[in-house]
Design a protein around this ligand. Structure first.
Ligand code: HEC
Ligand code: HEC
Ligand code: HEC
Ligand code: HEC
Length: 383
């Protein structure tokens, strides 16, 4: 008999290597207790923390073996197992049947992006606030392809998996993740419940905009076209990367997307209602026109090369460390996608990308000049 296509060691991988297995235990640790003391809550039992650190599946939907103290259990990602547990290994069961029994289609990239980002960026059900950051919560960073690899895969990316579910396509995973991240951000800007006093929740702004020295000289018009000097840049790395993708792969759509961003920037000077309305329009464009295009396009080798160049030659966000961080991951993912298509980059270009990673590694030590130099080196190293 041949090897079983499913590994069947998922539980052991999760328990020993998956960061999610210890997510609930984290809330009993010193860092969490300190945060709890500052916030006046008991971190280990506070719903505000449990929302992401222990996804509790509603008891009626839970499989017999799951407990809230499991941290982020199998069911948090795969859906409450009550109806599919005994069925999902039946020979011949289709993916559609599994979904109809309550299984989450994690093999679909849009679903997977929405799942991961619900906690790794936060949404209305998984609320993360600047107050938590100021109390000591680590900053949230996410990129779908990169973090999927760090999580420790518990499925095989082989031909059998591609046949049963989906082929591994890092460039499509990357842009689907950016589309979902932009969607969550724009959605948060439209949601009147997600406020920090008079302003939208500060998580929706670029952290570095407020957290840098006054002589840093970071305010540049090209960082936020349409806004007045000193306006607070939004946490808009995903929107910016989407604009670069459109410029490279669907130029006809790029101009109107950028114009929507310009309107959103300008709205900041007009008040929170204007921001909400501009964000609502941009959200509609994203959902109805762009998301299907972004996730549905399989880029050719030539298109991936154009995209890589666009990422490397873009100088408009030289002052934004969070865009730099996302760009470093993007360059790596696209380089990997090229490798899978038999068009690996020369070693010098890979080294330049590695050096760029170092230039954006620390948000606190970010230096716009060093960043510009490292990015320029990537641009020059590309064939
Ligand atoms: C229910 C909320 C939730 C969901 C859904 C979720 N995560 Fe996480 N993730 C967390 C939390 C909380 C941690 C931190 C765990 C700890 O250290 O206590 C974490 C940690 C991680 C880490 C380790 C990060 C590091 O800096 O080492 C990776 C990688 C990761 N998640 C990837 C993913 C991916 C990929 C997905 C989607 C398939 C996903 N996560 C879905 C909440 C979630
Ligand atoms: C929106 C989801 C979300 C909420 C709400 C949330 N966290 Fe987290 N937390 C995460 C994620 C995701 C990570 C992993 C970040 C990474 O490494 O990329 C994390 C990481 C941490 C870490 C660092 C873990 C490590 O291994 O280094 C601590 C400590 C922590 N959270 C405590 C808390 C406490 C206490 C609360 C409540 C006040 C809380 N979190 C609320 C999502 C959340
Ligand atoms: C943080 C989210 C997350 C958690 C927690 C998680 N998984 Fe997964 N799992 C995934 C993703 C993403 C995939 C890949 C997409 C897919 O095949 O559905 C996957 C794939 C699988 C597969 C399919 C393998 C294949 O070849 O078709 C199995 C089986 C599985 N997981 C079992 C488990 C079990 C058992 C647990 C708990 C011990 C668990 N998972 C916990 C996200 C998660
Ligand atoms: C609108 C401006 C603004 C934005 C955007 C902002 N912060 Fe803050 N942050 C502040 C202010 C003001 C304080 C309080 C500083 C003080 O009391 O001196 C603060 C405090 C903090 C602290 C406590 C340490 C300190 O310096 O006081 C941390 C950590 C922090 N912020 C992280 C973040 C992160 C992470 C982000 C992005 C997700 C972010 N901030 C975005 C204005 C901002």
């Amino acid at each position: 008999m041949g090897e079983h296509p499913i590994r069947q060691d998922e539980y052991f991988i999760w328990q020993r290597q998956d960061p999610h297995a210890k997510a609930h235990r984290t809330l009993y640790g010193a860092a969490s207790r300190k945060m709890g003391a500052v916030l006046g809550i008991d971190a280990a039992t506070a719903p505000a923390c449990l929302a992401c650190h222990s996804e509790v599946v509603r008891p009626a939907l839970r499989g017999p073996q799951s407990h809230p103290s499991d941290g982020i259990s199998c069911e948090a990602c795969h859906g409450g197992a009550e109806r599919w547990l005994s069925e999902h290994t039946r020979p011949g069961i289709t993916l559609e049947e599994k979904v109809s029994l309550g299984m989450t289609p994690t093999w679909q990239r849009e679903t997977r992006a929405a799942l991961c980002l619900s906690c790794h960026q936060g949404d209305a059900q998984h609320r993360i606030t600047h107050t938590m950051m100021a109390a000591g919560h680590p900053r949230l960073v996410f990129e779908l392809d990169t973090f999927t690899s760090i999580q420790t895969l518990h499925h095989r990316r082989d031909a059998d998996y591609a046949e049963r579910k989906a082929a591994y396509e890092p460039a499509r995973d990357w842009i689907a993740g950016q589309a979902k991240a932009a969607e969550l951000h724009l959605q948060a800007l439209t949601d009147g419940r997600l406020m920090n006093g008079l302003m939208p929740e500060w998580m929706q702004f670029d952290c570095a905009a407020c957290h840098h020295r006054m002589d840093a000289g970071r305010w540049k018009p090209e960082r936020m076209p349409g806004a007045e000097p000193g306006a607070i840049p939004f946490a808009d790395a995903p929107q910016h990367l989407i604009a670069l993708w459109l410029g490279a792969l669907a130029p006809a759509e790029a101009a109107s997307w950028r114009e929507g961003q310009r309107k959103l920037h300008a709205a900041q000077g007009e008040g929170v209602e204007a921001v909400r309305s501009a964000a609502r329009q941009q959200l509609a464009t994203l959902r109805t026109r762009l998301s299907p295009l972004l996730a549905g396009t399989t880029p050719s080798t030539a298109q991936l090369r154009v995209l890589l160049k666009a990422l490397a030659h873009d100088t408009s966000h030289q002052q934004a460390p969070l865009t730099g961080e996302q760009r470093a991951m993007a360059l790596t993912v696209i380089a990997d996608a090229l490798r899978l298509q038999g068009a690996a980059l020369p070693a010098s270009a890979s080294r330049a990308i590695e050096s760029y990673y170092k230039a954006v590694r620390s948000v606190d030590q970010f230096e716009p000049k060093a960043h510009a130099k490292a990015l320029d080196a990537v641009a020059r190293a590309l064939p």
